[in-house]
Design a protein around this ligand. Structure first.
Ligand SMILES: [Zn+2]
Length: 132
């Protein structure tokens, strides 16, 4: 049993790798999904207030009704919704993680990067080097 939550891209190539990673990472059976096209960019820029609030309200349902233990935000190689370089996308993930940490006080928030081979990597916070 147990739930965690991920804000992932709509891209179907990313779902199973991210779900499997999070099941192991947090020892949960279920991963609640909130999807947008390029959510790392949306949450980094916070320009579309309606979409940002929609994401947050769906995440809060997962936290409040499923007692989700952690929240992840993902970005991936070859994203149609965020056609930035991987380096730029990593920064978007870091800033999105920081934003979510502020908004979801008390929740553990992690950033994920899905590479060109659909391997999932945890993105370190800004200022520390990635471990891959
Ligand atoms: Zn995408």
């Amino acid at each position: 049993m147990g739930f965690c939550t991920v804000i992932n891209c709509i891209d179907g190539r990313t779902q199973l790798p991210v779900i499997h990673h999070l099941q192991q990472r947090f020892g949960v059976e279920h991963v609640d999904l909130v999807t947008e096209a390029g959510p790392n960019l949306i949450l980094c820029e916070q320009e579309n207030e309606t979409t940002v609030q929609s994401i947050l309200s769906r995440v809060r349902i997962s936290i409040e009704h499923h007692a989700s233990v952690a929240v992840a935000v993902a970005g991936h190689h070859g994203c149609a919704g965020n056609p930035s370089t991987p380096e730029e996308q990593l920064l978007h993930i870091q800033k999105a993680t920081e934003f979510l940490t502020r908004e979801l006080a008390g929740m553990e928030v992690v950033g994920l990067w899905v590479d060109e081979e659909w391997q999932v990597h945890e993105v370190p916070s800004r200022g520390s080097a990635p471990g891959w």
